[in-house]
Write a protein that binds this ligand. Sequence first.
Ligand code: GDD
Ligand code: MN
Length: 375
Amino acid sequence: MSLSAVERQPDAVSERRVELSVVIPTFKERGNVAELVARLDCTLAGVAWEAVFVDDNSPDGTADAVKAIACRDPRIRCLRRVGRRGLAGACIEGMLSSSATYLAVMDADLQHDETVLPAMLATLRSGKYDLVAATRYVEGGSAQSFSEGRSKISRIATRLTRRVLGTSLSDPMSGFFMMRRDAFDAMADRLSPVGFKILLDIATASEGLRIVEQPYTFGERQEGESKFNIQIGLEFLGLLLAKLTHGLVEPRFIFFAVVGALGIAVNLAVLNVAMLVWPVSFMMAKSVATFFAMTSNFLLNNSLTYRDRRLRGWGMLRGFIGFRVIGTIGAVTDVGLASQLYADREVWWVAGFAGALMGVLWNYAMSSMFIWRTR
Ligand code: GDD
Ligand code: MN
């Protein structure tokens, strides 16, 4: 074999070296892909870049649309994930797949103004910063295209986050940023794949990260629709809680707690109705109410809190029985602790609250360990 092919390799390799990977999470963005690639091509002329689309098996065939372009353009890659959903997780996996010097993350829907990418890249190249966060809320940036309601939510969440986490980011909820890959690789195993708020997670995952902001104008969505919903809002609260407690409380606990609170409402509502049916037997009515609440709690936890470990078929029946057993022990613990505290101090609400908290923590820990465990 001649050695010349091997000898030539270093050159050929260095020519193909990618400086910037643009990671683009997609879910049902078929109509936006081609336009975004065209815009990147235009904006990043002269830069050795690639785009990694991370698609969660969108039913509209987004992955096919990306692969059709990738067939013609080697700078385009598609990472199709099956059996998983979630913006942050998609971003993390896309970033992990890169060996470029710098990583950018941006939305596929053309709301993130790609024309600020060269400025962000120049900032990183200077070596003075590890991360550039594109932000809507500083001089020069704006988010006019959010609806009134969404805009308010976004601002409240931003203020809350800055207060709670003490982050100086003016737009910690942004999903648009660029960073050094070595910095990302060093923290990757500490990031949470849950939720929307990848930048927030990254910015708070490592102390000494040198961060600077880049203002931009948040654009209008052209095709498709936003995937933001109440569940994502809750996931965000969960992430805040996890950060606040330094990882002691998992992000998913917030779902468990909300489901539990809903369970109390279900319990009371059913009790109200059941007392009309069995006006004489409070015990009967209360049993029915508790059964309903436990069932709805189980179903909600199965499809929300632990949706990534959802039980099906017989597993669901087995899980339900286990959930009831755990719940019963939890209730006994709750009553036991509350009674003891009440006997000591006689402040009913402190005793009641401590008991209930103990019960919820017990139920959560046991459910995570035995009912919806990772397989
Ligand atoms: N792979 C994958 N999986 N991608 C997803 C998923 C998912 O489960 N959910 C959303 N995406 C993609 C969308 O296809 C889009 O490219 C991007 O993530 C942002 O989703 P949108 O649905 O457009 O979010 P938005 O415009 O409402 O939210 C914007 O504001 C948030 C802060 O309030 C975005 O800029 C977010 O990045 C930002 O966090
Ligand atoms: Mn969007």
